[in-house]
Design a binder for this molecule. Sequence first.
Ligand SMILES: Nc1ncnc2c1ncn2[C@@H]1O[C@H](COP(=O)(O)OP(=O)(O)OP(=O)(O)O)[C@@H](O)[C@H]1O
Length: 323
Amino acid sequence: MRQQPLLIVDNLNVAVSTPHGMNHTVHNVNLKLEAGKVLGLVGESGSGKTMTCMSLLNLLPEKAEVMQGNIKFKDIDLLNCPTEDMRKVRGSEIALIMQNPMIAFNPVRTIERHFIETLRTHLTVTKRQARKIAVDFLGEMDLPNPESVLKQYPFQLSGGMLQRVMIAITMSLNPSVLIADEPTTALDATNQLQVLKQLDKLRKEYNTGILLVSHDLGVIAQLADEVAVMYGGYIVEQAPVLELFNHPKHPYTRVLLESRLGLTRRKMKSEKQVNVSRPNLIHSENACPFIERCGDADHTCLSYNLEFIEYKKDHLVRCVKSR
Ligand SMILES: Nc1ncnc2c1ncn2[C@@H]1O[C@H](COP(=O)(O)OP(=O)(O)OP(=O)(O)O)[C@@H](O)[C@H]1O
């Protein structure tokens, strides 16, 4: 039986102010995340993944703005939540880990200082209690010799170790939701596997709901229960992970899967061919966002109104050809 989602994103639209007007970067995004589940958000650079995540935390860049939509976490309306309440939600209820953990650490402070200060900002604990929690959580993340890790400075640890320290700090606050934005992109294969293993442990042992953002379907495949594929600011396909891998319906999802498998049958125009360096987000209002790069596109894709089609239960696709 399905449980009540922890996080519900309903019709999210985000735009960035540019000298030429508002550039709509996220369109009509709907997401649901349940406790203990992993929702994968996959798409190439510029597809709107980070903008979606930052909207959840009210951390959009200065020029970006939520134009429309609702974001509900438990019973809290996140888009209309007072700044002070949002500060409490951030970190202790909804936590974020990013691609490059080094950015999150102050290079002249030890891991111990980072850990203790973060814990004492959010929880009423003594230094000694905070230290004990730090040692326990570093151990939970399978970091060898937590006592010595605490004494290190960030630059003394490998990227993979630092990412696991970041996860340990984040999880010591016991958030209900973890947003992991490209958590393994900067890591080598061994460290990537370690970090994914730890994230899996979090959802199983702490019942954390994880929004896992990646441009790599391979990473998503290892952890996600459900996948949303983003292109040009739209979710173009959404389905349970096995269903998506076995029956991809959107041409972009197929390209992603085939490139992962090293197959090159499917036609997709390169960025150079369509003369854009990123997906063209400014397109005819009713056209499919993938039209310029899709090998299967024809005139029907121009007048498509971008509604989701329910291919089957829980499998939604935004492609007129999938009807
Ligand atoms: N600070 C910003 N100011 C203006 N436009 C931005 C800003 N950040 C992102 N954008 C634009 O918003 C769109 C979505 O970007 P976003 O960062 O969400 O994509 P992404 O899928 O997370 O890509 P990446 O993996 O490269 O971060 C892009 O077209 C990008 O150019």
